[in-house]
Design a protein around this ligand. Structure first.
Ligand code: G
Ligand code: MN
Length: 235
């Protein structure tokens, strides 16, 4: 994720499955199934351990990057989740506010009641909370206001191509306005080209993410990319 001056603010952890026959699979192909089979907690936790460990090593190298990690709404029923995440993060010497937890809007709204307590306790510990794929989940204003999110990520359906699509642009603009009123940071997902970049800049998004910035890449490659990004882009 980049800020408007193109400085690197955060990186999102993206799950991939190296399948022996089907090649490299994106989350679309396995997350919903893992949720159905109640395997999602195990998968998420394995990702957390790998990602937080890696992030701890990057922080020791001196970066003050944040890390965004996707959390399934299904996991928010686990009462000891805030303590579990907190001890992993603390063990790696990472401040809680350098971690942003992303929860998909549509799945969250289905079991909001049971999730609220866990979300509130995560936020009290100072973890960042992001509402992901915003615009696809029909949250009401009252619901949004009842959850302590501090970041809203507009779904790429309303970002990529928005310059030429008045309906998408209307949703993008209203999402930015809403986030402002609720005092949340706004992230535009799916910025794939310069025209998307210009559009999200014009409507006032705070942060930008997408193929135009970088394609998803393995951690060792990202380490090199990160080292040179600021040098290449900030005069
Ligand atoms: O639901 P969530 O926003 O966490 O989805 C992230 C997924 O979106 C990742 O698997 C990633 O590969 C994909 N992605 C990231 N940036 C872009 C982009 O600019 N365009 C498209 N089409 N997909 C993207
Ligand atoms: Mn996400």
């Amino acid at each position: 994720m980049l800020s408007r001056d193109k400085s690197l603010v955060a990186a999102e952890v993206l799950a991939r499955w190296q399948h022996p026959e089907r090649g490299l699979l994106a989350p679309f192909h396995f997350i919903a199934r893992a949720e159905e089979l109640s395997l999602i907690d195990e998968l998420t936790w394995s990702l957390f351990e790998q990602a937080i460990g890696q992030f701890g090593r990057w922080r020791t190298m001196g970066t003050n990057l944040s890390m965004s990690i996707n959390l399934s709404a299904d996991s928010l029923g686990t009462v000891d989740l805030p303590e579990k995440i907190a001890s992993l993060v603390a063990a790696n010497h990472i401040p809680y506010d350098a971690i942003r937890l992303e929860i998909t809007e549509s799945r969250l709204m289905k079991n909001l009641k049971t999730s609220l307590d866990v979300l509130a306790r995560l936020r009290l510990k100072n973890f960042g909370l992001s509402i992901d794929d915003f615009g696809t989940g029909y949250s009401s204003l009252a619901q949004l206001n009842s959850i302590p999110f501090n970041e809203l990520k507009v779904d790429r359906a309303f970002v990529h191509g928005a310059a030429a699509d008045p309906a998408a642009r209307a949703i993008l603009e209203s999402s930015v306005m809403l986030a402002r009123k609720l005092d949340m940071t706004v992230v535009a997902e799916g910025v794939e080209d310069q025209s998307d970049w210009d559009q999200v800049e014009a409507v006032g998004c705070d942060l930008v993410q997408g193929y135009h910035v970088a394609r998803p890449m393995p951690a060792d490659q990202f380490e090199l990319w990160m080292e040179t990004w600021n040098e290449r882009n900030i005069a």
